[in-house]
Design a protein around this ligand. Structure first.
Ligand code: NI
Length: 387
């Protein structure tokens, strides 16, 4: 089965929803207008149940099949935007200053709404489909909040599937892998407390800038010297703040950054090394070095059987040659990971074509991907719930 004819027919309608959402981006859990739009559409489509306020502002629609009893399959989209100033110049560009859909969650939401409309019209399956719209993917952990709110048990969701667009992958292609597909994330803030003083008399000070500079270098050894070279780890220092004058050595310096890993052991070792390096440098130079370390999203881990299933569904829609079944993991984070910790399932990438990259102010979701994404969702539900 290639792309569904009905999905192609619906492309303009779904693109209209997408562009409407694009104009009114909302952040984190504050996706009130977006959630209201989703809720209104799901009710209009005739979903059997529409539940709002899950994980603060998440929405779930339930569609029961007409072919008898069966399990419930969860299909998930994210709704939140990013704090960026849009520069696409598109007629439907963001109308909200400093906010834009720069990760394509507008497209994810619209494609899943399109699939929900189709599935509610046809109901050609046994069991139920739960369409899941979550807030706060970009750092707030909305997926985790929905799981903690009891979503999986409440709707008796057996398996759960997620999808994200990928710039650079041609439209009509899909990419996936079993096992870790996206990284676990952690953030650290390190405060070096030295002793300030006159820049011309450094011997009377404990210079936090010199110590923090050495720290930035030492942290590079976590990837290069402490981790097996065939394992993945990223340690990036992304902030370095200290001092305000030419002639004063400041009292303290602060550096911060992120750690990305694909395995729990590597994540644990990385945190241990950061703490040990800070403690050792503090002792060596007589400074106090405080480490504030927050583990964030877990690894997005694709379950083996469900990955084969999702790959086969994608191949059915796109053709075998258009499905890349063993891509390299992506070191970004993704809070669909929490849903995959709660239930078996798989996360897949869909081609967005040669667009600007994710989180770039020139990015725009590619509406040509809509029939492909919709067809994937519909085919996945109908195959998983075949009578
Ligand atoms: Ni995203």
């Amino acid at each position: 089965m290639p792309i569904l004819n009905r999905a192609s027919e619906m492309q303009d309608e779904v693109a209209g929803w997408r562009q409407h959402l694009h104009q009114t981006p909302e952040l984190n859990f504050d996706v009130f207008k977006t959630a209201a739009f989703v809720t209104e559409k799901l009710k209009e489509f005739g979903c059997d149940d529409v539940v709002t306020g899950l994980g603060k502002t998440g929405v779930v629609g339930i569609i029961r099949g007409h072919r008898g009893d069966g399990p419930t399959i969860g299909l998930r989209a994210d709704m939140d935007a990013l704090p960026l100033k849009e520069i696409t110049g598109k007629p439907y560009a963001s109308t909200v200053p400093g906010k834009m859909h720069a990760c394509g969650h507008d497209g994810h939401t619209a494609m899943l709404l399109g699939a929900a409309k189709y599935l509610a019209e046809t109901r050609n399956f046994a069991g139920s489909v739960a369409v899941i719209f979550q807030p706060a993917e970009e750092g707030g952990g909305g997926g985790n909040e929905m799981v903690k709110d009891g979503m999986m048990d409440r709707f008796d969701i057996a398996k759960v599937f997620g999808m994200h667009n990928m710039p650079g992958l041609p439209v009509g292609e899909f990419a996936i892998r079993p096992g870790p597909i996206m990284a676990a994330t952690a953030e650290f803030t390190i405060t070096v407390k030295g002793k300030g003083g006159h820049a011309a008399m450094p011997h009377g000070t404990i210079d936090p800038i010199v110590i923090a500079s050495q720290l930035v270098g030492a942290l590079q050894t976590i990837a290069s010297r402490s981790t097996d070279p065939v394992e993945a780890v990223v340690v990036s220092v992304t902030k370095f703040h200290a001092g305000d004058a030419y002639n004063i050595i400041p009292e303290s310096a602060e550096i911060a950054g992120t750690v990305r890993t694909l395995k729990k052991e590597v994540a644990k070792k990385s945190e241990e090394r950061i703490r040990a390096i800070c403690a050792g440098l503090g002792t060596a130079y007589g400074a106090t070095i405080d480490v504030d370390y927050d583990t964030n999203y877990p690894v997005t881990f694709n379950h083996a059987d469900e990955t084969v299933f999702a790959s086969d569904v994608a191949a059915d829609v796109a053709g075998d040659a258009q499905v890349h079944r063993a891509i390299q993991p992506v070191m970004g984070g993704e809070d669909f990971s929490y849903m995959l910790e709660a239930r078996p399932g798989a996360f897949i990438f869909i081609g967005n074509g040669e667009t600007a990259g994710l989180h770039n102010p020139a990015y725009d979701f590619n509406d040509e991907a809509i029939p492909h994404g919709m067809s994937y969702w519909v085919k996945l539900a109908e195959t998983a719930l075949a009578a």
